[in-house]
Design a protein around this ligand. Structure first.
Ligand code: UDP
Ligand code: MG
Length: 319
């Protein structure tokens, strides 16, 4: 039996471009593949004519197409999760329905997969200034926050091996960011460089504001660095004002101001206040660390993921 490839497409209000995407872009690519294929379209609660448009598409007659319609808009990340759970393929490719992801690169992804890649991620080489600034900031933040594996320009246009999909489906946390979770799973990734295209129809839903929210989410869900920074800041302030305060106390009040520095009461007072501020910051950071522990527990992620491809048992042991 041949290998099965699943293509997962999240769709929300794409009536303008969905037919073009499915019939003009995806269909010819699928037809050129030597694999069995299935298409899983997750309609993320579209309120326009998207579903009717899909029903009229030629691709339905040529390939197995599984359309899963959600009751309302749950967001792209959830839609992707639905698709990954429904996919049966030996490899699963996720791709946006707005025509921005170049589906003609799918054969290249499959080639890497055939050569053993577990994850193939498309990396954007398109460079509009706005894009560069936005994603530049995003990836800077992610890296500073200790997420070293994020690749600048990595897109949600990816191929995942069955093994990765199965592991992904084990993850139960609710606030999810597909790419963050896939990165977390830790399998080696291969990259292909592609040029994204402009969106032909409709509006992108990821505005700068939404992207900022996304960045926040990924930081909060993947890193404790911000907490730790404030903890250190607090510790620094506390220690500094403690030393300074002791110095004033000893110099002025115990030794009788031999250096003639003549500290005013206001200085003593403000040193004392900043000592307290430092203490508050430290204790707040400690509380936050406890909460982050609870957060980690609540996510209920598996403790580890075994790379079955690389693991082995010694054979032909001589006694
Ligand atoms: N999408 C979705 N649910 C949403 C928003 C978007 O399923 O709530 C789909 C959308 O139809 C498209 C893909 O996710 O196929 C990417 O959406 P968009 O182009 O708006 O995002 P961007 O290209 O800005 O990342
Ligand atoms: Mg888009």
């Amino acid at each position: 039996m041949g290998k099965l490839i699943s293509v997962v497409v999240p769709v929300y209000d794409e009536e303008g471009g969905i037919s073009d995407f499915l019939d003009e872009q995806l269909l010819p690519v699928l037809a050129s593949l030597k694999y069995d294929t299935e298409v899983i379209i997750v309609d993320d609660g579209s309120e326009d004519k998207t579903l009717e448009k899909i029903k009229a598409c030629k691709i339905l007659k040529k390939f197995l197409v599984n359309v899963i319609a959600l009751t309302r808009n749950f967001g792209k990340e959830v839609a992707l999760t639905v698709g990954l759970e429904a996919a049966n393929g030996d490899a699963v490719i996720m791709v946006d329905a707005d025509g921005q992801h170049p589906v003609e690169e799918i054969p290249k992804m499959l080639e890497k997969w055939e050569n053993g890649a577990m994850i193939v991620t498309a990396v954007n080489t398109r460079n509009t200034t706005k894009h560069r600034i936005r994603s530049g900031i995003y990836y800077k933040i992610m890296r500073v926050m200790g997420n070293k594996k994020v690749m600048p320009g990595a897109m949600d246009f990816r191929l995942l091996d069955r093994v990765v999909v199965d592991e992904f489906n084990q993850l139960t946390e609710r606030n999810r960011l597909t790419r963050g979770l896939v990165d977390w799973l830790g399998f080696d990734q291969e990259y292909i460089k592609v040029k994204t295209k402009g969106r032909k129809n409709g509006k992108p839903t990821y505005s700068t504001k939404k992207l900022a929210g996304l960045a926040m989410d990924s930081v909060v869900s993947s890193s404790r660095t911000p907490l730790v920074i404030f903890g250190y800041l607090g510790a620094f302030i506390t220690i500094f004002s403690l030393i300074f305060g002791l110095f004033i106390l000893i110099e002025q009040y115990i030794l009788g101001d031999p250096l003639k520095l003549d500290w005013s009461g206001a200085v003593a007072m403000s040193v004392f206040v900043s000592f307290l501020v430092g203490l508050v910051l430290v204790s707040q950071a400690i509380t936050a660390l406890y909460i982050s522990q609870i957060h980690t527990e609540a996510k209920g992620r598996p403790l580890y993921v075994v790379n079955k491809k690389k693991s082995f048992v010694s054979k032909n042991v001589k006694k």
